[in-house]
Structures are given as structure tokens and as C-alpha cells.
Design a protein around this ligand. Structure first.
Ligand code: SF4
Length: 250
């Protein structure tokens, strides 16, 4: 273990960055990559459809995964695992995130960060410090009505600031939106797409009715695969038309 490595391990304490779940291998959390996944506890949003209920509402009821265990497993498998997904909860609410990512980067790992976009100053610091290689930001719905989608008070200027920064393309990225019947109308999806129409990628995810923060959502049936496909096609055309308009103007 190098002195630098020891220093980073000491700085990134469990208290500062509480990891509550660790998957050594996943094929689904970073498209086309074999990646490890860390889940931090706690979130500043209360999206009613969120299916990480205990991780968000009762993080202290879940045992911490020791950070030195995570780092040592990643070191052991570094020939096969070169990518790590850092997700939550919401990772950017924890002051130890920077040190945690520094430790991963010093190991030569590529990092994908999942965020709800509520802390643009953290996102900028991480990108400018080259601590993330890929950003995935959730769009909960059209920004003007964010309180409704995310279930808590939110500074919509900060959401817009994150969106605008990510769209600058300083690091590769995607936006994604979980589409929830009864919460979202179809027009909400298209309105959200219009707000990020210059984006490289905007993925629509079907809602999963499991362990939801608002327990009534467990009985909500997701949109059918046909409906999801139709919405994805429309979103694709919104993004494509924007890109064609953009290219024509150049
Ligand atoms: S879905 Fe909402 S409440 Fe759940 S972790 Fe993401 S931002 Fe937080």
C-alpha cells in the first residue's frame, strides 16, 4: 500500500461517506461495462416512487460497509473491475465524497456518479477535479414542478444549474427519468425532454413498484412496454430535432 493510498483511506472516514451497500460486479449499472457499485445512505429528496425506502429514510438502520473492505476488494480484482458506479441515496450530500472518489481514482478506476442534481457546486468540483468519468443525472420531471416530483422542498435554480453545467459536456453524461403513471402525464415527459433537448442521451426508465417511499405507489402499475417504447420514440425525436436545428445554425 503506497503512502498516498494510506493517506486517502484515512481521510475518507466511514462517518464522512457512509456506504450501505457494495456490489462487487454488475453489468447493468454502467452501460456495457462490468462495474462495482457502491450505495451511500441518505438523500435530500423524498421521491414518492423511490424504491430505496430504507436507504433513504432509515440509513442508520443499515450497517455500514467498511471503506477499507471496499478498497481492498477493488484492489484485489483490479485486473477485471476497472469501473465503479457511485450511487445512493444521493452521494453529493456527503462531505466525504471527494476523498472517497480521490481514493478510487488513485487506484486507476473509472467512476460513474449518479446524482439528483441538487448540489451543482459539488458536481462542478468533482468534474473540474477530474474525479468522475461519467455523470448520470435524474430528471424527475419538468423543472418548474420539481417539488411535486421529488417530494421535498427544492431549489429549482440549482437543478437548472446542474443541467446547464452537464450540458456543457465537460464530462460524458446521460440524463434519465423514471416515468411513473399517476404522477407523470405523458406531456411531463416531453416537457422534461424539451428542457434538455441538446442532451447527448436521455433515457426513460419504467417505474418499479417495490419498497416505495410512498407505500401507495406499490400498487401503481408501470406503463406497458408498448407505451414506454412510444414515449422513448417521441423523446428521441425531440432530441434529434434539436440536434438537427443546432447543426443547421452552426
Ligand atoms: S429516487 Fe429520489 S429519494 Fe430515491 S434516492 Fe433518488 S433522488 Fe433520492
Amino acid at each position: 500500500m503506497s503512502p498516498e493510498w494510506k493517506r486517502c483511506c484515512r481521510l475518507s472516514t466511514q462517518h464522512d461517506y457512509p456506504v450501505k451497500g457494495f456490489l462487487e460486479t454488475s453489468f447493468i449499472d454502467w452501460k456495457e461495462k462490468l462495474a462495482a457499485v457502491t450505495f451511500s445512505g441518505g438523500c435530500n429528496f423524498r421521491c414518492p416512487f423511490c424504491h430505496n425506502r430504507d436507504l433513504v429514510l432509515r440509513p442508520n438502520s443499515i450497517a455500514d460497509v467498511p471503506l477499507d473492505h471496499i478498497f481492498s476488494r477493488l484492489r484485489k480484482f483490479n485486473k477485471w473491475i476497472e469501473h465503479v458506479v457511485v450511487t445512493g441515496g444521493e452521494p453529493t450530500i456527503h462531505k466525504g465524497l471527494v476523498n472517497f472518489l480521490e481514493t478510487l481514482k488513485k487506484q486507476g478506476l473509472k467512476v460513474k456518479l449518479d446524482t439528483n442534481g441538487s448540489n451543482p457546486h459539488v458536481v462542478k468540483e468533482l468534474v473540474n477535479g477530474k474525479l468522475v468519468d461519467y455523470l448520470a443525472m435524474d430528471m424527475k420531471g419538468p423543472i418548474a414542478s420539481y417539488r411535486r416530483w421529488c417530494g421535498s422542498e427544492v431549489d429549482t435554480d440549482k437543478i437548472r444549474e446542474s443541467v446547464d453545467f452537464i450540458l456543457e459536456g465537460n464530462v460524458d453524461y446521460e440524463f434519465r427519468m423514471t416515468v411513473v403513471p399517476f404522477l407523470h402525464h405523458e406531456r411531463d415527459v416531453y416537457e422534461a425532454a424539451e428542457e434538455i433537448k441538446e442532451a447527448r442521451r436521455f433515457f426513460l426508465q419504467a417505474f418499479v413498484p417495490r419498497d416505495t417511499i410512498n407505500t401507495k405507489y406499490v400498487s401503481v402499475r408501470p406503463f406497458s412496454p408498448e407505451k414506454m417504447k412510444a414515449m422513448r420514440d417521441t423523446v428521441r425525436s425531440i432530441l434529434t430535432n434539436a440536434s438537427i436545428r443546432h447543426n443547421l445554425q452552426q
